[in-house]
Design a binder for this molecule. Sequence first.
Ligand code: DGP
Length: 113
Amino acid sequence: MDSDCLFCRVVSRDLPVDVVHEGERVLAFRDIDPQAPTHLLVIPRAHHPSVADLAENDPLTLAELATVARAVARADGHDEFRLVFNTGARSGQSVFHVHGHVLAGRDMTWPPG
Ligand code: DGP
């Protein structure tokens, strides 16, 4: 737990969010600024800055994030989705507690902007 971290505050329920999945290790909630009809964030409860840090320190929880990503997309009615881990400020990461963006419900373009 890092008291300066926005998503640690989500985990501790200090910051209210619209939770769609709550597990022992993983939480999912709706993004405050949705970029698609479905835009969810999946996070570990424990603080890891990036997806690579999570992979290195707790690969089972990273696997669970991917499983939860599919489950919450399906719960919103989508079998197809994009799962994005922005890593580093230059890639668009603004919250340094790893989170997967689950985007679904519209056609996606490639390359991303
Ligand atoms: P990123 O830029 O990849 O670090 O994504 C951070 C996401 O977090 C961004 O899409 C907006 C979302 N976000 C930021 N603050 C809040 C908040 O207070 N509540 C919720 N639900 N989402 C937030």
